[in-house]
Design a protein around this ligand. Structure first.
Ligand code: NDP
Length: 286
């Protein structure tokens, strides 16, 4: 009987790559389904990205994730883009479809999946802090998921206005930019507050968003894209106000689960992925 010693390859291109735990949850999910697939975490400098992509293609990788700082620059090395990646203008997941490299974006859908169990999104009002790559993905997918209104609050005005315009032009949701004034007041009618800036990300864990905390009300669901640490200052404050909170680990697992399905055509066990991640990060309440 002939044996197959050739594993299918996937992985990640980013720098820094040292603290990226994605491989642990992906390989656990591959093993659980009995798939001989590997996930290789690669440290790739910006100048080497093109060679890395060509290398992945030459080695017939089934796909790879892109993270900071390659999510936009990778596009020029790909054959085509999926619909939401095209609107978002950034790619976090590349899929090898019959030898063609197609860019997709699973960050926003991952966020939507992670928040759905805490809030029915239809017709809700959202305040979103940030306008970088992840914020663009989250805003576009929330709009496609049916929220009524998204207020973008961002330090850099041009980037914030551009994201509000992007949502307004490409989806049915209303969108506007608010300048990030000192002690920003969250409008009382807000249903969902999201941090998609890097404020509070390890190692700057004590950094806080400049928000008037009295404007955070208990009826609001408060979510943070940051998963390291899972309990950011924002999440702690929101819990103390009695809000339902959603940390960034759910988004991390769900964006990975969607990428897994793009690559393998099979739905992974999300609970196996969560367990592997909790183990790797020493987290008990994932
Ligand atoms: P970008 O570098 O593209 O964007 C960074 C954003 O943070 C910008 O809006 C920037 O504002 C804002 N920002 C950074 N520092 C400050 C500051 N001191 N004051 C005010 N605003 C600031 O990063 P990404 O969009 O890729 O990532 C954003 C966050 O989302 C990160 O924390 C990342 O860890 C998280 N993330 C989580 C994922 C998950 O699976 N859980 C997946 C992807 C990202 P400005 O435009 O003014 O510079």
């Amino acid at each position: 009987m002939s044996k197959n010693f050739l594993s299918e390859l996937t992985g990640s291109f980013a720098t820094p790559a040292l603290e990226n735990p994605t491989g642990v949850m992906m390989e656990a999910a591959y093993q659980y389904l009995g798939l001989d697939w590997r996930y290789i975490n690669c440290e790739i400098q910006p100048d080497d990205l093109k060679d890395a992509v060509l290398g992945a293609k030459a080695m017939n990788w089934r796909g790879f994730n892109c993270s900071i700082p390659h999510k936009v620059s990778v596009i020029s090395h790909l054959d085509d883009l999926g619909e939401s990646a095209r609107i978002i203008g950034a790619v976090n997941t590349v899929v090898n479809r019959d030898g063609k490299l197609i860019g997709e974006n699973t960050d926003g859908r991952g966020f939507v999946e992670s928040v759905k169990s805490s809030l029915e999104l239809t017709n809700k009002r959202v305040v979103l802090f940030g306008a970088g790559g992840a914020a663009r993905a989250v805003a576009v997918e929330l709009a496609l998921a049916g929220v009524a209104q998204i207020t973008i609050v961002n330090r850099n005005q041009a980037r914030g206005e551009e994201l509000a315009q992007l949502v307004a032009d490409n989806t049915l949701a209303g969108a506007e930019y608010h300048a990030w004034t000192k002690q920003y007041q969250i409008p009382a009618e807000t249903d969902l507050v999201i941090n998609v800036t890097s404020i509070g990300l390890y190692p700057n864990v004590d950094a806080e968003l400049d928000i008037d905390t009295d404007s955070i009300k208990s009826h609001m669901v408060v979510a943070d894209g940051i998963f390291n640490p899972p309990e950011t200052r924002l999440i702690q404050t929101a819990k103390s106000k009695g809000c339902t909170t959603v940390n960034g680990l759910g988004m991390l697992v769900q964006q990975g689960a969607i990428a897994f399905e793009y690559w393998t055509g099979k739905a992974p066990s999300v609970s196996v992925m969560k367990a592997a991640l909790s183990d790797a990060l020493d987290i008990t309440d994932l």
